[in-house]
Design a protein around this ligand. Sequence first.
Ligand code: F6R
Length: 266
Amino acid sequence: MDVLVVPTAADVGTCAADLVAARIAEEPRTVLGVATGSSPVGIYRELARRRAGGSLELGHLTCFALDEYVGLAPGHPRSYAAYLEREIARSWGLPSSQVRVPEAFRPDLDAAAEEYEQAIAAAGGIDLQILGIGTNGHIGFNEPISSLSSRTRVAALSAQTRADNARFFDRPDAVPTHCLTQGLGTILEARQVLLVAQGRRKAAAVAAAVEGPVAARCPASVLQFHPRATFVLDEAAAGELTPGTCRRTVPDRGDGLPPGSPSPAS
Ligand code: F6R
């Protein structure tokens, strides 16, 4: 695992965008897994800015959302499909058909989950999965005590997650109770994983994920098994890591290597 600590929340977006852009420069047809929520917005907007400036082509990507709420009508402004239409499809110049989202509005959710797994496999698997982390250590909506080998499925949102996400809805009780989420086993199959976290509220979950133990209590800790996982954190989100477990990389981590280069500990 590589842990990069940058000074501010804004730096998380730019540093992570550098890593994503480097992958896309190598392979314009990259299959990207995309989280929603507030954590990755800086990455998405920075990539959109580079595209607008002509330095980055994003039109050949295929994107797969991590999850979607169950119970919201298609096109609901708080759905993750609507979020990705705004933040990715329109601003990256991608046809909506290249941004896939679990079809959580369908009556047969088990079939929708199975077909989502098949669609990911048919695209050749996810090359780079972008993740946020919940205050309870979830990734995707794999809440504590999710199976560490779970696949895409219907899952219940914890009370903590519903409270955390109430800020996106008019009323706390409008937050859906269930979702369709990629499983932890699905996420682990991505060839590369990039988790971003900002702010003190994420610090305990980040420390549990990075320093372990690997446990269903902190689903993100399963990323310790991933051979190519990078965490990009601001100082506040890194605040509960044991000093010395991570390397400061911005403005200069002092070893002459660019951000994203593997550290000896990875
Ligand atoms: C979103 C997702 C969640 C979020 C997490 C953090 O697609 O799967 O795991 O990444 O809840 O949310 P924010 O970034 O809003 O703090």
